[in-house]
Design a protein around this ligand. Structure first.
Ligand code: FAD
Length: 438
């Protein structure tokens, strides 16, 4: 497997993708972490910072940044997939700034620019939804155009609480920082099972009183966790770098991230090297929660993203699209991300971020530090701590339900495009298939 070709981000991250040494034999640690995405690495980072004497071992099935953390849309936002109240919201906003603080302090140049998010309303139905949610805060088309100039804009909503980042630079930078701080990172080392005090891998086990599961969309592969979250694929396309003239037409001068109020999520950003990166859902869920490199590419969805971008910005007519990729998100049954530690077994976890993990993983890492070090803090009192989502239905119910939901959202958007009125299907299904996440 050559990791450089996984995505635009992998290709443009200045890092050596050669895997670090696999675990070969048994090891003892104070904390074992499974998965080297943002969750596992932020947890390792804050633990090593709090107590440099801790022996921390991370095992990663592929390489750090192989999963969603290396492939995402780069919205470092304050979005949380479920409304849990002001405490959670404030903690999310602070997490965006914390990602910036640590990146700067550790010399991780992840192209962080906090330009906020602009979400357009491009049909009467979308405008009605925006008004219902944001009331008087809905921007006029003229105000929206100060951020972003897309066709058929009737209004927009704006929040300052989001930064555009280069995800690959963040995840690989974090991996390098934690290794420098003494964390042992074994790549190409898949955990075969996680049980209290023990992580089994093909050529040795890690024994540790605390074991953190940070495997997000890949979790169903682990024994006993087939129904914990479902992997749903989000897919992305990217353009060549665009000329200043094209950017004058489109906008995003402050590198605002952008979306619109359609049902089936889309998300975009202007990269530091002036490309448009644009993603969305719509890829099918695969029976028995399978994840496979084959599912990263879905020509129908890529074509849909391409067409949506041209519809938004006709100026892209002759633009070359240079990259297309995807990856699995982890979706819990109640759409609520969670973090926790079972004191009886020492098993800890964080995940189920749906598509809002870039900053939430940072909050998870700091919270896991406090839980493992047995500190009672504002973070450990947040409502998502210790939350247990119900399990998903057994197959084939899961497959039928999820794919019907995805299809319904696509149909609702098509219906609204045709009629201009809010789709009833969309209204009924929206709470079941989530809000504004990637
Ligand atoms: C296409 C896409 C776009 C997205 N866009 C955004 C966005 O713009 N903003 C946002 O906030 N969120 C976004 N997300 C979600 C966000 O990327 C994730 O929530 C976040 O990266 C999750 O981090 P993680 O460390 O928990 O999981 P991952 O990054 O998926 O890491 C899990 C790691 O565990 C490893 N692993 C799995 N099983 C095992 C095992 N048995 N043994 C050892 N290692 C194992 C995997 O190889 C992987 O490296 C997006 C996700 C995708 C896929």
């Amino acid at each position: 497997m050559t990791y450089r070709h996984l995505s635009l981000w992998h290709e443009t991250t200045p890092t050596d993708w050669t895997p670090r040494a696999s675990l070969d034999g048994d090891a003892d640690a104070d904390v074992a972490i499974v998965g080297a995405g943002y969750t596992g690495l932020w947890t390792a980072y804050y633990l090593a910072e709090a107590d440099p004497s801790l022996r921390i071992v991370v095992v990663e099935a592929e390489v750090a940044g192989f999963g969603a953390s290396g492939r995402n849309g780069g919205w470092c936002s304050a979005l949380f997939p479920t409304a849990l109240g002001e405490g959670q919201d404030a903690a999310m906003r602070a997490s965006v700034d914390e990602v910036q603080r640590v990146s700067a302090a550790e010399g991780i140049d992840c192209h962080f620019v906090k330009g906020g998010t602009i979400v357009l309303a491009r049909s009467r139905a979308q405008l009605a939804r925006a008004r219902a949610e944001y009331g008087d805060a809905v921007l006029s088309p003229e105000q929206a155009a100060q951020h972003l100039r897309a066709t058929r804009t009737l209004g927009a909503t704006y929040t300052p609480d989001c930064a555009a980042i280069h995800p690959g630079r963040l995840v690989r930078g974090l991996a390098e920082v934690v290794v420098r701080r003494g964390v042992v990172l074994h790549e190409r080392t898949p955990a075969l099972s996680i049980t209290p005090g023990l992580v089994r891998t093909p050529r040795g086990s890690v024994r540790a009183p605390y074991v953190v599961r940070a495997t997000e969309g890949f979790t169903p592969r682990l024994p006993g966790l087939a129904r914990a979250v479902v992997p749903v694929y989000s897919l992305i396309v990217a353009t060549e770098p665009l000329s200043p003239g094209v950017w004058d037409e489109i906008g995003l001068a402050r590198r605002e991230t952008f979306s619109d109020h359609r049902h089936l999520i889309v998300y975009g950003q202007r990269t530091a090297d002036d490309r448009l990166v644009f993603g969305g859902r719509g890829a099918p869920y695969h029976l028995r929660s399978r994840v496979s490199p084959a599912f990263d590419h879905e020509p129908r969805v890529f074509a849909g993203l391409h067409a949506t971008l041209l519809d938004l910005f006709p100026v892209l007519q002759r633009t070359r699209f240079t990259h297309a990729w995807g990856g699995p998100l982890g979706i819990p049954r109640d759409w609520c991300a969670s973090v926790g530690l079972d004191r009886g077994t020492g098993l800890a976890w964080a995940g189920g971020y749906v598509g809002d993990g870039v900053s939430t993983t940072n909050l998870a890492g700091r919270t896991l530090r406090d839980l493992i070090l047995d500190r009672r803090t504002d973070l450990t009192a947040l409502p998502w701590v210790g939350h247990r989502s119900p399990r998903w239905e057994p197959e084939p119910l899961r497959w039928l339900g999820i794919n019907a939901g995805l299809r319904a959202m696509t149909l609702a958007d098509a219906e609204e495009r045709l009629t201009g009125r809010p789709s009833l299907v969309g209204r009924v299904m929206a709470p079941l298939v989530g809000g504004h996440s990637a």
